[in-house]
Ligand binder design. Structure first.
Ligand code: GAP
Length: 514
């Protein structure tokens, strides 16, 4: 079996080969951690955004969407805490001159301990077969218990040191664990320093009147500063939510893993405004709701898990990640944060404007609490794309590469293929394209043998192929082939649209979460 690194390399090369993701400015040798989406990638990204928007905005009467500007008044970032606290603890290796996030080095060390636990579990499960009780094994096997205790102890100490800004202890922990530079193997480290992740820029032409701005590092603040505008003009009653999608920018130091960690990326965020004191109920409710959204795509329940934060961000009183099993292991895909009244309270303080809600039931005004759901669109793209890319052994001994993107998200829903380039078949096929294109993105392909064309569409992720042949001319039927099962059926030309609609319609997929 291919190892994780090989699988991930395949994901990256396939994304390029099939027009999904390109390195930015590739002809100039690229720009690190910045990517462009190609003809298929732009469609997949749009479909994921729409799937989120529909679930969050269209299907919830009490959630509305906005589109705030990327540039915001610079005081926004003082109020939000980003100027003072949006830092990563960095450490340099003196020999390789490589810079790392100190917390990531420690977390990677812990991940290795956790993979040892996974190996013990797999071994025991094989040994005990059906009678294996995983929970019992995890709590009683001495080796596993010791591994877990060590992992917990390391994470607890790191969280405490970071919380107390005790960067000397973070370095001490790296040295005690004898963590080596992954590149050079050297343990010769500098001190740990804080580094702010926001990109600065200037507004205005002349040097003395120009205003220092930041490119927004999260979309959330555009929602907070518009809280009252939306609440009043939309006559919104608590609890209610404001959602938006848009670009965010972070000067990530450890920018690696393709589109997992980018310097320019897109977020899909929703801030839910609630009565103070109700945040834990809403926290649990949104964790469940968001997990259901993910599961509705059918990418396998085993590929998701919750991870409760040990170290809370400067604004949160509870936080959890939904983690996804990427080719390089379980990593954060989405965050659910209970942000208290931190943001609105601080914007009140810094702007001098009241950001309160009059609650008719309570007959009083208060600064609402906020429950946030925040997911990276690019990271969701990577989850979908990497999970969908599969090599399948076929019955005849050959293999096929297939991109099993959930049909609702696939860039092209159908490819129309005339069996031959003559006898009037292309004309009938083109007529079908002209009819279907009002409802779906359609690809027309007449080059090469039909078997090769099927493989090409499988690898590009197209869920249906419709083949027009000589029988079509006689009885107005075509062959429809399903990407995942490779099953082929003869159907009437007039039925094609309905067959595809049923499987790609968002209603069919999103009904599962209602
Ligand atoms: N408003 C809260 C917030 O921004 P976050 O945990 O920093 O919270 C939320 O980011 C989500 O944004 C993450 O779960 C991830 O999916 C995505 N994200 C964050 N940084 C990213 C980056 N550098 N590249 C791609 N996606 C990123």
């Amino acid at each position: 079996m291919a190892n994780q690194e090989d699988i991930f390399k395949k994901v990256i090369s396939h994304a390029k080969e099939y027009g999904y993701v390109f390195q930015s400015s590739e002809i100039y040798d690229g720009l690190s951690a910045v990517y462009d989406y190609g003809q298929n990638g732009a469609e997949l990204k749009k479909n994921i955004r729409e799937y989120w928007w529909k679930a969050m905005v269209q299907l919830n009467e009490n959630i509305v969407g906005i589109d705030a500007a990327i540039f915001m008044h610079p005081t926004t970032w003082k109020a939000s805490g980003h100027v003072d606290a949006f830092n990563d603890p960095l450490i340099d290796n003196k020999d390789s001159k490589k810079r790392y996030r100190a917390d990531v080095l420690i977390e990677d060390y812990v991940a290795k301990i956790e993979s040892k636990i996974d190996k013990e579990v797999a071994k025991a499960s094989k040994r005990f077969g059906d009678s294996f009780d995983k929970e019992q094994f995890l709590s009683t096997n001495q080796r596993v218990v010791d591994y877990q205790a060590k992992a917990d102890e390391i994470l607890k100490r790191m969280a405490k040191s970071l919380e107390n800004e005790d960067l000397a202890d973070v370095k001490a922990l790296i040295e005690e664990l004898e963590i080596a530079c992954p590149l050079s193997g050297s343990k010769n480290w500098t001190d740990v320093k804080q580094f702010n992740l926001m990109f600065g820029t200037k507004l205005g032409a002349s040097a003395d009147s120009a205003m220092d701005l930041y490119l927004r590092p999260e979309t959330a603040q555009g929602i907070f500063v518009n809280f009252l505008n939306v609440q009043k003009t939309g006559r919104m009653k608590i609890p209610f939510g404001i959602a938006q999608t848009g670009k965010a920018f972070r000067n990530e130091i450890v920018a690696r893993q393709f589109i997992f960690r980018m310097r320019e990326f897109e977020q899909m965020e929703m801030q839910f405004f609630i009565k103070p004191g109700t945040q834990m109920e809403w926290y649990e409710a949104w964790k469940e709701k968001r997990m259901k959204w993910h599961l509705s795509l059918g990418m396998g329940a085993d590929n998701y898990r919750f991870h409760d934060h040990e170290k809370l961000a400067h604004y949160a009183d509870a936080a959890a990640d939904i983690e996804f099993k990427f080719p390089f292991g379980f990593k954060e895909l989405e965050g659910i944060h209970s942000r208290t009244d931190f943001d609105l309270g601080n914007h009140e303080k810094y702007s001098g404007k009241k950001l309160q809600y009059f609650d008719p039931e309570e007959n009083k005004s208060y600064v609402p609490y906020v429950l946030e759901t925040s997911i990276g669109l690019d990271r969701m793209f990577l989850a979908v794309f990497s999970n969908s890319l599969q090599e399948e052994e076929l019955e005849n001994g050959s293999t096929r590469t297939v991109l099993k993107i959930p049909a609702v998200l696939a860039p092209n829903k159908v490819a129309v293929l005339p069996l031959l380039k003559r006898d009037g078949l292309p004309e009938v096929a083109q007529k079908l394209v002209d009819d279907l294109k009002w409802d779906f993105n359609v690809d027309y392909d007449e080059k090469d043998a039909v078997g090769r064309r099927y493989r090409r569409q499988d690898a590009a992720g197209t869920p249906f192929c419709v083949t027009v042949d000589h029988q079509t001319l006689e009885d107005k039927t075509v062959t429809i082939r399903h990407r995942d099962t490779m099953e082929q059926k003869r159907v009437k030309l007039s039925e094609v649209k309905d067959i595809i609609s049923k499987e790609v319609d968002m209603r069919y997929w999103l009904q599962k979460i209602q």
